[in-house]
Design a binder for this molecule. Structure first.
Ligand code: GLP
Length: 256
């Protein structure tokens, strides 16, 4: 894992944006995995400003709520359109977001996996992290080998996401999410986390034992995972000084 600690969400996001920009320049037909939530908002704004060429790029989103009408402002379809897709030159047919209204959800999930595979696999998967360590919507105790499937949200996640819906009761219980096994197959994972409320989940993910109780801990087993985090999210890391030293002393050829 490469832990990049920056003074602000803006500074951490700048680095993540540079990593993605380089990927798109080096491979115009890249496959990018995308995340939702408040964390990647700055990243999407930055990527829009960079005016990159997305015409050959394919995207796969991590997750979606089940049973919300697609036009509902809190679906991840609406989120992605509003915050990224309407502002970049991506081809409509290259956008993939789980369909929370699919008639046969297990069948849909199988096809989503097949589509990822057929695209050549995800080059960079953008990730946020839940306060309980969830990635995508893989809640604690998710199988660390899981594939795209239906999941039931924990009360904590529904409480965390109530701010988007106005009330906890309005947050759906069920979601479709890429599995942890799916995420682990991305060639690179790029996780962003900002704020003190992520500090415990981040410390466990980086320095704790690997456990399904914090799904992000599995990223320790991934060969290319970068974390772009701000100081408050890094607050519980025991080896923060070491990570800072490593980043500031990277040889030139390793910088982004
Ligand atoms: C949501 C999403 C995750 C996201 C996480 C954190 O429930 N499904 O992909 O990483 O929770 O959200 P936020 O960035 O708003 O803290």
């Amino acid at each position: 894992m490469e832990i990049i600690i920056q003074p602000s969400p803006e500074a951490a996001t700048d680095i993540a944006a540079r990593i993605i920009a380089r990927q798109l320049r080096e491979k115009p037909k890249s496959v990018i995995g995308l995340a939702t939530g408040s964390t990647p908002l700055l990243l999407y704004r930055k990527l829009i400003e960079m005016n990159l060429d997305w015409s050959g790029v394919t995207t796969f989103n991590l997750d979606e709520y089940i049973s919300l009408p697609r036009e509902h402002p809190q679906t991840y379809h609406s989120f992605m359109r509003e915050n990224l897709f309407r502002n970049i030159n991506i081809a409509e047919e290259n956008i993939h977001i789980p369909d929370g209204n699919a008639k046969d959800i297990p069948q849909f999930c199988m096809e989503y996996e097949q589509q990822i595979h057929a695209s050549g696999g995800i080059d960079i998967q953008v990730l946020g992290i839940g306060t309980d360590g969830h990635i995508g919507f893989n809640e604690p105790t998710s199988s660390l080998a899981s594939r795209t499937r239906i999941k039931t949200l924990t009360q904590q996640t529904r409480r965390d996401n109530a701010r988007f819906f106005g009330s906890e009761e309005a947050v759906p219980h069920h979601v479709i999410t890429m599995g942890i096994g799916t995420i682990m197959e991305a060639r690179q994972n790029l996780l962003l986390a900002f704020g003190q409320n992520k500090a415990r989940a981040i410390a466990e993910a980086v320095e704790g034992p690997i456990t399904a109780s914090n799904p992000a801990t599995i990223l320790q087993m991934h060969p290319v995972t970068k974390l772009c985090i701000d100081e408050p999210a890094a607050a519980d890391l025991k080896r923060a000084d070491y990570y800072r030293w490593v980043y500031t002393n990277k040889p030139d050829w390793q910088t982004f």
